[in-house]
Write a protein that binds this ligand. Structure first.
Ligand SMILES: [Fe+2]
Ligand SMILES: [Fe+2]
Length: 276
């Protein structure tokens, strides 16, 4: 098989980020030698929860990592934050290998997934809306709508017992390799996180500041001490405060442009030079 850029990614083993909370990190190629995190999470409490199921490109690696921290037979919950492909990569593998698990999702995710995947087992689901919760034995996990998001079905998850929060697609940032915001160059966080946030939620340009800030404040008031997300580093303390402030600053500001034809030309230039 021809090697791809994904074969050259640094190793990223599961990491304990809070008591019984494991980050399942994977990386994808990004610009300028940086990487895009594609994370998910496992809550290994009395009734273990798998939080999102990774991207299709990482499927085999993702399965190895997740089942290195939890036995498939022990998994009782699969929390699907939303139906985007980079969160549903191993969904069917998990449903098959974890027969005791209930899928926490919602009506609209199921509608949307029905257009691209085989039928999901309705009898194994629970549909929970933002503001709702489910009891995982030794903790009650709360669902909320993330501050920004690229899919209408997105729901974050907060574990009051460990203080850990799953922020879905909010707080995205390329990384040189680390998944800890304290170890990353701070100018990368201050420049790239707003740019990627704008890319996933260009509707921020139309936001009424007062209404949006009430929403961001309510998420912050849940009181998370450790915040993990699908496409960014783990945030705590000051780094977390900064990330919330960056989100607030997006309200009503112009969309930050993503690279255009110039980047495509630059990417193609070596191939065209070789051919010519
Ligand atoms: Fe998404
Ligand atoms: Fe995502």
């Amino acid at each position: 098989m021809t090697p791809t850029a994904f074969d050259a990614m640094p190793m990223t083993p599961p990491e304990v980020i809070a008591p019984e909370i494991f980050l399942i990190p994977n990386l994808a190629p990004g610009p300028d030698g940086l990487y895009l995190p594609v994370n998910s999470m496992v809550i290994r409490g009395r009734e273990p929860v798998i939080v999102d199921t990774g991207a299709p490109v990482h499927r085999a690696l993702w399965l190895d990592k997740v089942f290195a921290v939890v036995e498939p037979q022990d998994v009782r919950w699969i929390f699907l934050s939303h139906d985007d492909g980079d969160h549903t990569g191993a969904l069917f593998d998990v449903l098959e290998r974890c027969p005791r698990a209930t899928l926490v999702t919602n009506f609209f995710s199921v509608e949307r997934l029905a257009l691209e995947k085989p039928a999901l087992p309705l009898a194994r689901m629970r549909w929970i809306e933002p503001g709702g919760s489910f009891d995982a034995g030794d903790r009650v996990l709360k669902l909320f709508r993330p501050p920004v998001f690229d899919g209408p079905t997105s729901r974050g998850l907060f574990d009051p017992k460990s203080g850990a929060m799953w922020m879905v697609d909010s707080f995205p940032c390329f990384t040189p390799g680390s998944l800890d915001a304290d170890e990353m160059p701070q100018d990368l966080l201050s420049q790239v996180m707003p740019a990627l946030s704008s890319a996933i939620s260009p509707w921020h340009a139309w936001l009424d500041s007062a209404a949006y800030l009430r929403h961001v404040d309510a998420v912050e008031a849940l009181g998370a001490r450790t915040v993990a997300s699908a496409h960014g580093p783990v945030l705590r303390g000051e780094r977390l405060d900064d990330a919330f402030d960056r989100l607030r600053a997006l309200a009503g500001t112009p969309v930050i442009p993503t690279p255009g034809q110039e980047l495509l030309d630059a990417l193609l230039a070596p191939t065209l030079a070789e051919a010519g």
